[in-house]
Ligand binder design. Structure first.
Ligand code: M6R
Length: 608
């Protein structure tokens, strides 16, 4: 999705903006641009394609003089990727420049209205209407013009704005699209995402919905829609700038795969004190937890897959019915939320548009909403009733790995904690599970040690057209994630099936030589899985088995077997997913693909 960076201070702006934009490349984009305030005008340079084109055009920014500016990476929604559709967009006199993340839903009616007044448009974008609308309202007071413009627009937006007659000032506003303001002694920053400014500052303000900000080199003022100044609190982000660098790895994805033991450790250990799980962050009393009658777990993509797996764990441990939903479905199906329901929204970015909408839907129906979120201060983190942060650190690769693993870990904590409070597990089981949970990071590390075998195997199947993943119970959840990981970065068609469903249609797709990855870690379902594997093998499938050490009979059926350490049956997903992440990674690299930035995908999907 699009990225925004803004800077005003005592240093040259363009090189800083380009560097900030490079930190947002992972979000996905197809063109980029800068607007810099110079002495006689606002200078705009835009380029189609990768950021290096813009860097070459501007001599890495050095050719654009000026200490105040805005930059943008665009992920096309309205209009093809092209120079003319790239941001910033300006009014006719080039005295106002705008960069925009989000979608203006009523842009056509605004455009028609402005065209009647004589405004001419050069791009196909929804964003250009903002520049002209601001122009139509601007009479020397930027806050007033911005407030009037906001009232006219529906949809989602984070905007960075320059007015030529307001030298040294960057203005910003947001509605349902993230925006932060960073403060340093050498100037102030605007960014749609933390990594863009992490090198310069960890002290940020989170811009809230319908707030307007005026940023000067040494001043930051916030206003509400009534144009009244408001006070905001500064927050310190605890991410390291190095965490957002590749650190010697070829790709962020591999680095993040390797960061999983630490990320899981960081998520679990602060919540286990003297052998007891402490989850005050849930903001729920023990009595409230005992009263929960229903849990709804909601997310998109991999976060949804965490929900699928967590359902098995939480239902088994806490004996609470768990309903799992895709956020994009939940938000529109007028869900029936019983009294004493808990809604859990899972999101790495905390900015996924459908997940935010699902959160609002749940809140409007009176449920307690718990966010499991990675990005501190993100929209979901702020709008949920309570937040359980996953401490994965910045995740840059589009394909999630460490955030997924930490989300699973957070769900295990909830399942065990609820089980203890509701007395649906014995004290003995509770202690065993807590001890086993603390061993997970080491066991994940051990699985990573098997990477050469997986790489060898991935090379063999890199030319596949279709790959299937099957599993039962929790292994079905793992299969869903393995299949998504593979298809999103390798572009190989892949599907995941609950193994018991094969005979209801899918088995007709099995042909000679097709790879079927069979996940079988659940003791009580192991024999059933072997039967399903035999069924597809007898139709010509090549079988990769994925099971726990000790289940060596797997080799009688599978053509190639990967083992993971034994753990509590509820936690096997955390280990089994690692070889599947590595498989996806090595298949994609064998095919020569851009693993970190797969085509058509964006890291956080902030539009519907
Ligand atoms: O930021 P979120 O966790 O809300 O993102 C949800 C999905 O967009 C995300 O998990 C997506 O499916 C990943 N690319 C999967 O690797």
């Amino acid at each position: 999705m699009c990225g925004i960076v803004g800077y005003t201070g005592c240093n040259q702006a363009a090189p800083i903006l380009l560097e900030g934009l490079s930190k947002l490349e992972y979000r996905g984009y197809d063109s980029a641009g800068l607007a810099i305030e110079s002495e006689d005008k606002i200078k705009v340079v835009r380029a189609k394609g990768r950021l290096h084109v813009l860097e070459e055009m501007t001599d890495n920014g050095r050719a654009m003089k000026g200490t105040c500016g805005i930059g943008h990476t665009r992920w096309a929604t309205h209009g093809v990727p092209s120079v003319v559709n790239a941001h910033p967009h300006c009014n006719a006199k080039k005295t106002i420049a705008v960069v925009h993340n989000g979608i203006i839903e009523n842009y056509q009616s605004i455009k028609a209205h402005l065209q009647k007044k004589g405004y001419q448009f050069e791009s196909e974008t929804d964003t250009e209407v903002i520049a002209h609308l601001l122009d139509s309202y601007y009479q020397g007071d930027p806050i007033e013009a911005i407030a009037k413009t906001m009232v006219r627009m529906t949809g989602s937006y984070a905007l960075g704005i320059l007015f030529f007659d307001q030298p040294g000032k960057v203005f910003a506003v947001r509605k349902d699209s993230p925006m932060i303001v960073g403060s340093t002694p050498e100037g102030n920053f605007l960014a749609s995402d933390v990594p863009a400014i992490l090198k310069y500052t960890k002290n940020v303000y989170f811009v809230d919905n319908m707030e307007i900000v005026s940023i000067g080199a040494d001043s930051i003022h916030f206003y509400n829609l009534d144009q009244e100044e408001i006070e905001k609190e500064i927050t310190t982000i605890n991410w390291d700038a190095e965490a957002a660098e590749k650190g010697g790895y070829e790709h962020f994805m591999m680095k993040e795969i390797y960061e999983q033991p630490k990320a899981v450790q960081d998520t679990i250990s602060p919540r286990i004190k003297d052998g007891e799980i402490v989850l005050e962050e849930l903001g729920m009393t023990e009595d409230e937890i005992r009263k929960i009658r229903h849990i709804y777990m909601i997310g998109c993509g991999s976060a949804y897959h965490v929900c699928v797996s967590a359902k098995y764990v939480i239902e088994a441990l806490a004996r609470i019915p768990v309903e799992v939903d895709l956020a994009s479905e939940f938000r529109y199906r007028d869900p029936i939320l019983e009294e004493d329901s808990l809604v859990i929204i899972i999101s790495q970015s905390g900015e996924t548009a459908d997940s935010i909408a699902a959160l609002k839907e749940a809140k409007s129906k009176g449920a307690h909403v718990l966010g499991i979120v990675n990005v501190v201060g993100s929209s979901i983190a702020r709008e949920a009733d309570s937040v359980l942060y996953t401490w994965a650190g910045p995740e840059i690769s589009v394909a999630t790995t460490k955030a997924y693993s930490t989300q699973l870990a957070a769900c295990y904590l909830i399942g065990i904690y609820f089980g203890k409070i509701r007395q649906t597990i014995t004290d003995e089981t509770y202690q065993e599970l807590v001890e086993e949970l603390m061993k997970l990071p080491d066991k994940i590390q051990r699985v990573l040690g098997d990477k050469e075998r997986i790489q060898w195997f991935a090379n063999k199947f890199a030319a596949s057209k279709d790959i299937f993943f099957i599993g039962r119970g929790l292994d079905y959840g793992t299969s869903l994630e393995g299949s998504l990981k593979l298809k999103e970065i390798s572009y190989i068609h892949s599907e995941a099936y609950a193994a018991g469903e094969l005979k209801h249609g899918t088995i007709s797709l099995i042909e000679k030589g097709i790879l079927v990855v069979s996940v079988a870690t659940q003791p009580e379902l192991y024999e059933k899985m072997i039967s399903n594997m035999v069924e597809v093998k007898s139709r010509g499938a090549y079988l990769m088995g994925l099971t726990c050490y000790g289940n060596y009979s797997m080799e009688d059926t599978a053509n190639f077997t990967i083992y993971v350490p034994k753990t509590a049956k509820y936690f096997t997903n955390s280990l089994a997913v690692i070889p599947l992440q590595l498989l996806a990674y090595y298949v994609a690299t064998a095919r020569g693909l851009d693993v970190d930035k797969p085509r058509n995908l964006a890291k956080s999907v902030t539009v519907e």
